[in-house]
Design a protein around this ligand. Structure first.
Ligand code: SF4
Length: 686
């Protein structure tokens, strides 16, 4: 394997984008990476790769790459030196009460940066208000798993086991576009005679390969799961995985979800429900995988809970090849939700509310436990509070590796809020739409300019290796956070002699947590990747995570009764659902600038619905919701439900102008991205 030596001919690292975390060899010429080769020993992709990964180097020296700090002077972002930039930070933040400062992180940060960001917020800034964009991604599935079995390790098993399923239900998971290497496993399941259902309001490339497609109304996936549990109970298929709390209540609640009701609520036929039910009842190893479709709702946690309950009560949860698992989306979405950038969390997936956890981490950080803040705002609440005294008023926000003015719900309101801040400090490597609003932009590092680790969708920790130094005056992000702590007069705990010192402290900080990485080191990861927990340097890793006893006080799971209601629509309204395109990633800061990743924003509408509204292919249509409006060309899409329209969220001033910034899932604090009532208006009549 290649070493992380600068200017070595090849450097092995991981892709900057999705949670497959494909491993690449980067080929260097004159010190710069010029080509990506996928590696056959990648544990998930096995040498396959997608277009985004192959094109990832195109942005490395993009003409818009940020190479010097930019300070807003006379209304313009103006190049300045680091001394002036850090003096601004000292003056801007040094005199604010800590609770008026927020920090907004990212599921694209390495584990080490995630850890350091949480420490920086709580020790250097002393603010309770830190959260991250993963709140918009996996939060509902993560919350459902945590409250049921006490932890969330993504798939919970090696990806190679996927082909051992004889019935795969992909619920709101368009893996062909979002996690392309997983398609080889779908082929493997079919080659072995298995069956695959795509459950999605849209026909997609994934549903075509799956071969079986059910298109429930947006927001009703959980009701479909309740209907299946109803049938399993009727047919005597209840054989719980293990003793658990709450089973009787969950089973009694399912009595109300008979096929006629479920078919009505979901917009399916009773035959659809019975056919899927029979397939599930007869399968030996049915596997349910959820994506963002069921999760990004204001009842996302209970929606996922309904599927998790089904897998658990039919005895498949934790079974090799079967059960329930979520599909993580962002590159380090798994590690990003474990090590302290969530508002209620300390490293190792510890709880900020637990006195023992607080004491453990406070000792490591050499601060009194009582000095650690209590949990603050979650991501959307944090953005709603920016410049807004009515919602807990923040005066300053630090954003790293995220672009919330595109990706947050109610992006129009979020933009106004960020403009109203006294200080918006953005650490990034390209001028995202959020950076363009900043009072100070600090130029950070890209993926192949930094060392670290990421944790993929299987809970597997891998090394990311530095191949090149950041250009100009740009700095590695971890150094920037340490520089900020020093500028604030709180350097203690941020004076790492080198990156390895930070990394070793991070591994130590996870010891005793649920997400325990303490047996890992860079050297061990050079020899082999590892699935957590890894509790000692010589001990094994843990390929299978979801087996009893669970990480709960008594080792038992607790099932919860899902509280679900079908969405209602006013006359002439439709369901608006949002999602991703294969050639783009997240808010598009990198991929929209990449000439190899062509894509355009359209509104997908069923041809009959378009005709009813006087619309044809390519016509401009204005979408209106209670929260805003957006206009884009029509793409006629026969595979979409007639009562649903789809728009991707990768472009500014588009999809998230239409979503609600205030209605949040009560458990996960997830906004509703997937089911907003909308009306259509031909743009020439608007
Ligand atoms: Fe692999 Fe995902 Fe990167 Fe594509 S985007 S190369 S699937 S890690």
């Amino acid at each position: 394997m290649s070493q992380a030596t600068l200017h070595a001919p090849t450097v092995r690292t991981t892709c900057p984008y999705c949670a497959v975390q494909c491993t690449f060899d980067l080929h260097l010429e004159r010190g710069l990476p010029v080509k990506v080769t996928p590696t056959k020993d990648c544990p998930v992709a096995h040498g396959t790769v997608c277009k985004k990964g192959l094109a990832a180097l195109n942005d490395l020296r993009h003409p818009e790459r940020l190479t010097t700090p930019l300070l807003r002077k006379g209304g313009e972002l103006t190049p300045v030196g680091w001394d002036e930039a850090l003096a601004y930070v000292r003056d801007a933040l040094g005199n604010l009460p800590p609770e008026r400062i927020g920090v907004f992180g990212s599921g694209s940060l390495t584990n080490e940066k995630t850890y350091l960001l949480g420490k920086f917020a709580r020790v250097a800034l002393r603010t309770p208000h830190i959260d991250y964009n993963g709140r918009y991604c996996m939060a509902s599935a993560s919350t459902a798993l945590n409250r049921t079995v006490g932890y969330d390790r993504g798939l919970g098993f090696p990806a190679d086991d996927l082909i051992r399923s004889d019935l795969l239900l992909l619920v709101g998971a368009n893996v062909a576009e979002t996690l392309p290497p997983l398609m080889q496993y779908l082929k493997g399941i079919k080659d072995r005679g298995g069956t695959i259902y795509a459950i999605d309001p849209r026909a997609t490339t994934t549903s075509k390969v799956a071969g079986r497609h059910l298109a429930p109304r947006p927001g009703t996936d959980g009701i479909l799961a309740l209907g299946l549990l109803h049938l399993m109970k009727q047919w005597g298929r209840i054989r719980p995985t293990a003793p658990a709390h709450g089973m009787a209540q969950v089973l009694a609640h399912a009595d109300d979800y008979h096929p006629a009701r479920v078919a009505h609520d979901c917009g399916l036929t009773e035959e659809d429900i019975f056919t899927l039910g029979r397939a599930y009842a007869e399968a030996r190893t049915p596997l349910i995988l959820t994506g963002r479709g069921p999760e990004q709702h204001t009842q996302g946690t209970d929606t996922v809970q309904a599927w998790l309950n089904l897998a658990f009560l039919t005895g498949h949860f934790g079974k090799v090849g079967g059960g329930y698992a979520p599909l993580t989306g962002q590159g380090n979405g798994q590690g990003g939700r474990e090590h302290g950038q969530k508002n209620d969390q300390l490293p190792g997936a510890r709880s900020l509310r637990d006195p023992r956890h607080r004491a453990e981490i406070a000792a490591l950080w050499d601060v009194p436990a009582e000095a650690l803040p209590q949990p603050g705002h979650s991501a959307q609440e944090l953005l709603n509070a920016c410049g807004n005294p009515a919602e807990g008023g923040l005066d300053a926000l630090i954003v790293i590796g995220s672009n919330p003015v595109v990706s947050a719900a109610g992006a129009g309101q979020v933009t106004q809020n960020l403009k109203a801040l006294k200080h918006l400090i953005v650490i990034d490597f390209l001028p995202s739409e959020t950076a363009q609003l900043a009072t100070l932009v600090l130029p950070g590092s890209m993926w192949c300019e930094e060392d670290g680790t990421t944790t993929n969708l299987e809970g597997r920790v891998q090394r990311r290796r530095r191949a090149v130094t950041p250009p100009g005056a740009a700095r590695e992000d971890w150094r920037i956070l340490c520089d900020l702590a020093a500028a604030l007069g709180r350097p203690h705990g941020f004076e790492y002699p080198d990156f390895r010192a930070l990394q070793d402290e991070f591994f130590r900080a996870t010891r005793g947590g649920k997400a325990d990485y303490s047996g890992l080191s860079a050297d061990r990861l050079d020899r082999a990747t590892a699935q957590w927990p890894v509790k000692s340097a010589t001990g094994p890793d843990t390929p299978y995570a979801y087996a009893p006893p669970f990480f709960t006080p008594d080792g038992l799971a607790t099932l919860h009764v899902p509280q679900l209601r079908a969405p209602t629509l006013a006359p002439r309204a439709l369901h608006l659902t949002t999602g991703r395109l294969g050639n783009q990633y997240q808010s598009g800061t990198q991929t929209r600038r990449n000439p190899a990743l062509k894509a355009e924003q359209t509104v997908q509408i069923h041809p009959d619905t378009a005709r009813e509204h006087g619309l044809g292919a390519g016509d401009l249509v204005t979408l209106r919701t209670a929260h805003g409006q957006a206009t884009a060309p029509v793409a006629l899409t026969p595979g979409l439900r007639r009562d649903t329209v789809f728009i991707s969220f990768h472009w500014p001033e588009s999809a998230n102008l239409l979503t609600d910034p205030h209605a949040l899932d009560p458990h996960s604090r997830m906004p509703g991205f997937k089911a907003t009532p909308v009306t259509l208006h031909p743009a020439h009549l608007s």
